[in-house]
Design a protein around this ligand. Structure first.
Ligand SMILES: [Zn+2]
Length: 395
């Protein structure tokens, strides 16, 4: 990092020298700041004595603000912000905004950079005010300003505002988070609104927001999951099933999140045969370890441990899995004794330990792993990129 700063300051020194040269060749020696040369050489001496902080202050003092030097100021400001020296970055960008001589576009660029400084230092109200102004006034930086506003509203859980900003984003805009589908993001915002409604038990409003989420993105498995949980919690099992049945065509990987309420909804309605048929259909179309365990539990309940164990053993031949193997061991434990029981208990302990150490979810964008499902990845702040892990140790 220190090397990078040195490199940046050297580059800056060259730029200042270049700007000074231009001044002189234009014959504007009268405009030239009197203490320019002194500060410039003082800056260089700090630089070469490896005292970057002093060098920065000297440079800020020495470099006039105009169209020719704007890029140098902005580069220095960005470098400081990246280093975490946000107060100095703010000083540079405020200095830019206070000076006449920049055209409107350059002023807006400086304003955007200042807003980024405020975001970095947690002064979100100030950043918000600057960005809202840019959305109104700047066509060149409107999209970037909207993107930062969405970030702010996301962090503050202000979902109404996040939706309002997202609706102004151009669908063709590929910003910092290129690849994030706008409609999917809006659907997540509406789901967050529904969650807030559910917290205060406003179920009718939650339903409206979930319908909106599905309108934004008909493939939103999250909206169907929330809808199903809402109806299930109210004892409306038929309604819950309607939403659950939509999930396989939306995003079958999330089925594992709802197998519990799916099974219970059918059971509460007394439709266990329909449940078994549906689970078999899911097993053919979207197999997963949780599904195999759910079916085995049904077989155990409706028939006996041996039938359930045979079913699991058959599935294990097709798809090796630590979690289903564990359930097989559990099924054999009550029917064994002596040394065999001891060995099975030891095996189960080991497998339990392996499972406990393995994360259940992974972000397919940044590789973040964890044991709970985050719809907004804590690592890379992408929506819907954290998914259940599949394979021998996962689903
Ligand atoms: Zn991520």
């Amino acid at each position: 990092m220190a090397d990078l700063l040195m490199y940046g300051l050297l580059l800056l020194a060259v730029a200042i020298g270049f700007a000074a040269g231009r001044w002189r060749t234009r014959g504007k020696s009268s405009d030239y700041p009197k203490d320019y040369a002194l500060n410039y050489y003082k800056g260089l001496s700090y630089l070469f004595n490896e005292q970057p902080d002093g060098a920065i202050d000297a440079f800020i003092g020495s470099l006039a603000v105009n169209s020719d030097t704007l890029e140098t100021h902005l580069a220095l400001g960005n470098m400081l912000r990246r280093r975490g020296e946000v107060t100095k970055a703010i000083k540079i960008h405020q200095n830019l905004l206070a000076r006449p001589g920049l055209n409107v576009r350059q002023q807006h660029e400086s304003q955007l950079e200042l807003a980024r400084d405020y975001i970095k230092s947690g002064l979100l109200d100030r950043a918000e005010a600057l960005l809202l102004e840019l959305v109104k006034l700047s066509s060149a930086y409107k999209m970037q300003a909207l993107e930062h506003l969405i970030e702010i509203y996301q962090d503050e859980n202000e979902w109404d505002n996040a939706i309002a900003m997202a609706s102004q984003l151009d669908r063709r805009y590929k910003g910092l988070d290129a690849g994030q589908n706008l409609a999917q993001m809006q659907a997540h915002f509406a789901c967050e609104q529904a969650l807030q409604d559910m917290e205060v038990r406003n179920t009718s409003k939650a339903r409206v927001h979930l319908q909106e989420a599905l309108k934004f993105d008909s493939g939103s498995a999250r909206a169907s999951i929330l809808f199903a949980r809402l109806e299930f919690s109210l004892g409306r099992y038929r309604e819950a099933l309607k939403h659950l049945h939509r999930i396989p065509s939306q995003d079958a990987e999330y089925l594992v999140e709802v197998l519990g309420i799916l099974t219970e909804s059918y059971e509460r309605l007394g439709e266990t045969q329909a449940l078994d048929r549906y689970l078999q259909q899911l097993l053919e179309e979207h197999p997963s370890n949780s599904l195999i365990i759910t079916i085995a539990d049904r077989l155990r309940w409706s028939q006996n441990d041996y039938v359930a164990a045979d079913f699991i053993a058959e599935q294990l031949k097709r798809t090796p899995s630590i979690r289903t193997l564990n359930r097989l061991v559990e099924l054999h434990l009550p029917h064994s004794d002596g040394k065999a029981k001891e060995n099975l208990e030891l095996l189960k302990q080991l497998v339990d330990q392996v499972i406990a150490e393995k994360p259940s979810y992974c972000c397919n964008k940044c590789g973040f792993t964890g044991n709970s499902l985050h719809w907004l990845c804590p690592g890379c702040k992408s929506w819907g990129s954290v998914r259940p892990i599949r394979g021998v140790a996962g689903e």
